[in-house]
Structures are given as C-alpha cells and as structure tokens.
Design a protein around this ligand. Structure first.
Ligand code: FAD
Length: 366
C-alpha cells in the first residue's frame, strides 16, 4: 500500500501523559491516538456529564528523583512545566505532597500538548519495515472505517504493553519486533481497576461525619483505604465545586481483588451498572455514606490501569544504573522504535513526566 504521509519527524503513538510529555519537549513530533480525545489514563469528563471528574489518575506529586552513575538528583515537576511554558494551576489534595490540576487531569495533558494537536480516532494496527530504517504504520480510522498508511524512521510508542504486543503480533515477522517482544514481555503485568461515579442533584453527605473538610489549607476531599474494596473515594464535588450547589458527586476506585472479581460483568455497553453491580453499589453507598440512590451512576473499566513491575522501579528514584536500562537504550537505538510508558517509569505522573524529560535532556530519547 502506498503511504499517505512520509514523516521526517518522530511519530508518537498515544496521546496520554507519556505522549504529551514528548510533545512538550519536542513540539516538532506528530502524535496519533485511537481515542476521540487526548488524555488516555488521565481522563476527566464525560460528554454530557453534569460535572468534571477524574476517572483515571487523580493526583500527582511534585517531586521525583533520578539515579544515574551512582548519583541521585531531585527534580520538581512544576519547574519542568514552567520551563516549557506549560501553565497548570494546581491545588493540594490529600496531603502536602500531592496535587490535582484545578481544571481536571485531561486539561493537564492538553496543556502539555500545547500546539501539537494529536490526530485522534486513529488506531495503530500493525507495523512493517520497508527498508533497513523505514517503518510503515497502518492505522484504522474509526469514523471513516478506512486504513491509512504513514511512514517514519523514528517511532515512539506510548501504549500499555498488551496493546503493543497485539500490534507486533499483527505485524509481518521481523527481527526488530521480535527483540522488543522478548524484552517487553518481562514487564507485562498490569492491575485492573473498576471505577464508579455517582452524582446526586439534591443530596450532600455530612462532610464532618466523613472527616472531610474542603476549607482546610490542604482540603481533605478524598479517602484512601488501601487494599479495601472501596479503595479510593474522592468527592469530586469538593474538588470541582463550581459545578455544584445543592448536589454532590463521588468517584470511587475499587481495590485490585474487588476489580479482578467483578471486572467482566461490571457494566453494560452504555456504562450503566449490571444488576449485580448495582446491588453491590447501593449497599456500599448506604453502609459507608448513608447515601440515597444517586441520580446518575457511570461505570468504567480500566483493563490496564497501572503497570506493576516497571523497569525503573515503582517507588523511590528512577534507577538508570541497571543492565535492563542499558538494553532498553540499545533497543531504541537499533530498532528505530522507542517505547515509553508506565511499564518503564512506574505508574505515576511525576515519574513519567520527570523521566521522559530526563531522557530527553540527556540525549537518550531518539
Ligand atoms: C484508575 C487509575 C488511577 C490512577 N491513579 C493515579 C494517580 O492518582 N496518580 C498517578 O500519578 N497515576 C495514577 N494512575 C496511573 C497513570 O494514570 C498512568 O501511569 C499514566 O496515565 C500512563 O500514561 P501513558 O501516557 O503512559 O499511557 P496512557 O494514558 O494509557 O496513554 C496511551 C494512549 O494510547 C492510546 N492508544 C492505545 N492503543 C492505541 C493504538 N493501537 N493506536 C493509537 N493509540 C492507541 C490510548 O488512547 C491512550 O490515549 C492511575 C491510573 C488509573 C487507570
């Protein structure tokens, strides 16, 4: 098939926070994404939803560390944003080290993308090496129901590993893809997360009874009960109060075991809860918050919510002093494909933004 476009600049696939960080650092890139909107796992609002709410990541820390050649260096994410003229207003949440963007998580991604407008509704289906150094990328364009082919010498993939492996699997056999395939499968472990959003037009809980207080210097709007079924509860109406007068809205992220157990029959295609899920939700709302039935319930399933065994570690500094990282560098250089994401840095916004910035400044991003 003849290509529709031949790019001389790197082609980024995925407009989540990884793709947006690359675009912030290298605004010359072209970004493709399969969704209708950018953001990926940083998603904020439904079309027609009565208010903003973050149904993927909800907070970030400003600080991260990198360890290279035995030396540890601290970085501030807000300073990185400032140096690229990315203006993101954020407020503290939960404690004095965590923050959320005042205009929602998706807005954070749009701000980082700046003038780079991702080409949306394009799903990468497969890759083909046409000569020693040039890749053909075949995209499925969902509104047009058509295939589009582009060529590039440098590709940056930012999708979760299972989606990358699927693309490799559908591609013509090739030694470069085989090398990546063998490398990536060591990190292919993601947790699932079920999410529910509840909206009440005319009901608010007793904030005091829930030990929440939106008026403190660090407003307490969320509760984290690690490992429990209702693991993370965030009163989005306290985070985004402009949309609320008499009502309230709650976002719940369910624990790993709960999510795994109920994942398959959680919702119908309109994102309404299944009968069983609704029963569980109503019981929880009554027991935990003494809440009446909400006016709106919306469900979401994150199949690849967070990478569990990232190459550079889950917590602490990003450790670049490892053989695995050397191998990652070699693969990027020799194949023309760079692969980024939470499987590499860890499933934290600050690790991804700080990590990609560090790689770029040290000429490790091809
Ligand atoms: C429920 C939940 C809660 C979380 N909470 C936090 C938190 O509080 N703090 C925190 O720091 N992190 C949190 N995380 C983790 C954080 O959201 C992720 O680590 C981060 O968003 C990953 O970004 P990414 O750009 O690497 O991947 P993604 O956001 O997954 O981006 C990948 C993009 O690729 C696109 N794509 C996929 N397949 C294709 C294809 N074939 N062709 C074209 N495009 C494609 C997708 O549409 C998507 O936009 C949470 C994640 C979840 C799911």
């Amino acid at each position: 098939m003849n290509p529709n476009y031949c790019y001389q600049v790197p082609v980024v696939v995925g407009a989540g926070v990884s793709g947006a960080t690359v675009a912030m650092l290298k605004p010359e890139v072209v970004v493709y994404d399969k969704g209708r909107m950018p953001g990926g796992r940083l998603s904020s609002k439904l079309r027609n939803a009565p208010s903003s709410f973050d149904f993927g990541a909800t907070m970030f820390s400003d600080l991260m560390k990198v360890r290279l050649l035995g030396k540890e260096t601290n970085y501030s994410i807000s300073e990185i944003w400032k140096s690229y003229s990315v203006n993101v207003a954020f407020k503290p949440i939960y404690d004095n080290t965590h923050f959320y963007p005042e205009n929602g998580m998706a807005n954070l991604v749009s701000s980082m993308l700046g003038n780079v407008k991702p080409i949306q509704s394009h799903t990468l289906k497969n890759l083909k090496l046409t000569d020693e150094k040039t890749w053909n990328l075949n995209f499925w364009i969902s509104p047009d129901k058509k295939i589009k082919t582009i060529t590039a010498k440098s590709i940056i993939l930012t999708l979760p590993i299972p989606q990358i492996l699927e693309i490799f699997h559908s591609s013509e056999k090739n030694q470069n893809l085989k090398r990546w395939f063998d490398f990536l499968k060591n990190y292919n472990d993601y947790r699932k997360t079920l999410v529910s959003y509840f909206y009440w037009d005319e009901w608010k809980p007793n904030w005091k009874k829930l030990s929440l207080d939106p008026n403190l210097p660090i407003p307490v709007t969320t509760t984290l009960n690690r490992g429990e079924d209702w693991e993370y509860q965030s009163w989005e109406s306290l985070k985004y109060p402009k949309d609320f007068h008499n009502g309230s809205a709650l976002l719940v992220q369910f624990g790993a075991i709960f999510s795994e157990t109920y994942f398959e029959d959680w919702m119908d295609e309109k994102k309404n809860p299944s009968l069983k899920a609704k029963e569980i939700l109503m019981e929880g709302l009554k027991n935990i918050f003494d809440a009446p039935e909400p006016d709106l319930i919306w469900q979401h399933r994150w199949k690849y919510a967070q990478a569990q065994i990232p190459l550079l570690g889950r917590e602490g500094s990003l450790n670049l002093d490892t053989e695995e990282f050397e191998e990652w560098k070699k693969l990027c250089k020799e194949t023309g494909i760079t692969i980024l994401g939470d499987w590499l840095f860890g499933a934290k916004i600050e690790r991804i933004v700080g990590g990609i910035s560090f790689l770029s400044h040290n000429n490790l991003l091809h």
